[in-house]
Design a protein around this ligand. Structure first.
Ligand code: FES
Length: 126
């Protein structure tokens, strides 16, 4: 599968995030791109605690201090840089990275690099 264009880098300011629901997959693939101190990261939008999406408001993934990614359901906190849960019921677990590349100011998902975790069923994007 070809690269999937997500957004222009300029659409995601520092300390903000943008969520995507890729409906070309069934069930739709939920992911988000997040930017902190100029660096861009992307994760599958699924809390390792129960498997629900992390946010309850559109595009809101940061905690109140814009330091961590926060799960809205039980408050788990994850580092932006590697998705490591540092506090909450799934402490020690990780968010699943969404493989992206940035070319010419565009953020793309690399579907062939994405493999769903065992808990997520058979929804690989290959
Ligand atoms: S569902 Fe995310 S911390 Fe419980």
């Amino acid at each position: 599968m070809d690269l999937i264009a997500l957004a222009k880098t300029g659409e995601i300011g520092d300390d903000t995030a943008k969520e995507f629901s890729l409906t070309q997959y069934q069930p739709p693939l939920e992911l988000f791109v997040i930017r902190k101190t100029g660096r861009i990261f992307a994760y599958i939008n699924r809390c390792p605690h129960t498997g629900v999406t992390l946010n309850w408001m559109a595009h809101q993934f940061f905690d109140i201090e814009n330091e961590f990614i926060q799960c809205a359901t039980h408050g788990a906190l994850f580092t932006v840089e590697n998705g490591h849960c540092v506090r909450g019921p799934c402490a020690g677990a990780y968010l699943q990275p969404a493989p992206i590349i940035i070319e010419d100011g565009m953020i793309y998902l690399q579907p062939r690099e994405y493999h769903a975790g065992d808990h997520a069923g058979n929804d690989s994007l290959d």
